[in-house]
Design a protein around this ligand. Structure first.
Ligand code: PHE
Length: 340
């Protein structure tokens, strides 16, 4: 009978799974030598059989264990080899993931909202599709006004309850009526959003653009208050000292109405001198017309003080970031979009 130690030595030299299997069959398989010895025990005397039996069983158990252990080592090295193959080298530099960012107009709009909020204005979203009433009559634009013509304004096929075609709003002033009705007075709100006009596109005009409307109605609001508010707002937005200039302007929904130009101080890169920019026309504004208040259910005798303004977001972005042609905002050129 082979010595236990001899078998164990053999076992430690085994280097493949197949070899292990062959060895197993040699000793412990159906026809293996140890299995055979169990079979020859019948011819032994009872005393011998007992001793031999114990001896063989102990040997068998020890060998079974040794074989199982050896098999485990093969299994482990297989698993390790597989893991090795799938190994990810985490020290390699990763491929750069492109992250998105806000479009320049969205960024500018949000900056405008934040500054307005910090000055106590509520931010509301008006509708882009409005009734002819909201876009024109409610803000005191007579229905005969040239702006209501098809060649200036985009109409939809759908009609409102008055049987009039809906309008793609031409200005955010179309939100004034609804927001005053919604919150009543006093009110301090800004309404940013898209507007649409039937315009020839060029470097300063687009058929779609963003505005932000401001509406501030309270008792004792003066033109001086307005000037202060707008100057503070623009200075915050451009993060520069901004000066504003008010010229008389006509808008049917305000009286008096103004055109507001702004200029700002900047440092000349070459000379290091403080300089003033050119005047840039930035917004329309004025003291809210009594008819607008009346139509929104506000008594103009009691609340005849409040201002509204409409500021072009595209214009602000162009001024702030030095963009000469506003068509860049919407033509989808990634080189432009990625540079902000
Ligand atoms: N709605 C005007 C425009 O689109 C701007 C404006 C708003 C003027 C509010 C006065 C008051 O040009």
């Amino acid at each position: 009978m082979p010595e236990k130690n001899q078998i164990l030595n053999e076992l430690s030299a085994v280097s493949t799974k197949d070899e292990l299997e062959t060895r197993y069959q040699t000793y412990l398989g159906k026809k293996g030598s140890i299995t055979q010895q169990f079979k020859t025990m019948g011819s032994l005397s009872p005393e011998e059989r007992k001793n031999k039996g114990q001896e063989l069983s102990a040997l068998k158990t020890a060998l079974e264990e040794a074989f199982a252990e050896k098999e485990t080592t093969f299994l482990m090295s297989e698993i390790n080899a597989l893991l090795e193959k799938d190994l990810v080298d985490i020290s390699l530099p990763a491929k750069r993931l492109e992250t998105g960012h806000y479009h320049l107009l969205a960024k500018t709009r949000r900056e405008m909202e934040e500054i307005a909020q910090s000055m106590g204005f509520r931010v509301e979203m008006g509708k882009e599709v409005v009734s002819k009433f909201e876009n024109f009559e409610a803000v005191n634009i007579p229905i005969t006004h040239p702006a209501t013509e098809m060649h200036d304004t985009i109409y939809l096929k759908d009609k409102d309850e008055r049987g009039e075609n809906y309008v793609m709003r031409t200005h955010t002033s179309s939100a004034q009526n609804a927001v005053i009705k919604k919150y009543g007075v006093p009110i301090k709100v800004v309404l940013p959003g898209r507007c649409y006009r039937f315009d020839e596109m060029d470097a300063t005009h687009d058929t779609m653009f963003y505005q932000m409307e401001g509406v501030y109605i309270d008792k004792n609001i003066s033109i001086a208050n307005f000037k202060y508010v707008i100057q503070t707002f623009l200075s915050g937005l451009l993060q520069k000292k901004v000066e504003v200039r008010m010229r008389p302007g006509y808008f049917p929904f305000v009286e008096p109405g103004f055109e507001i130009d702004a200029r700002y101080e900047y440092l000349d890169q070459k000379t290091g001198e403080k300089k003033l920019s050119k005047w840039i026309e930035l917004l329309g504004a004025g003291m809210i017309h009594p008819n607008v208040l009346k139509t929104a259910g506000v008594n103009p005798e009691e609340w005849r003080s409040g201002f509204a303004f409409g500021i072009g977001v595209n214009r602000v972005a162009a001024m702030k970031y030095g963009i000469k042609d506003i068509r860049y905002f919407t033509n989808g050129d990634l080189r432009f979009l990625k540079s902000f």
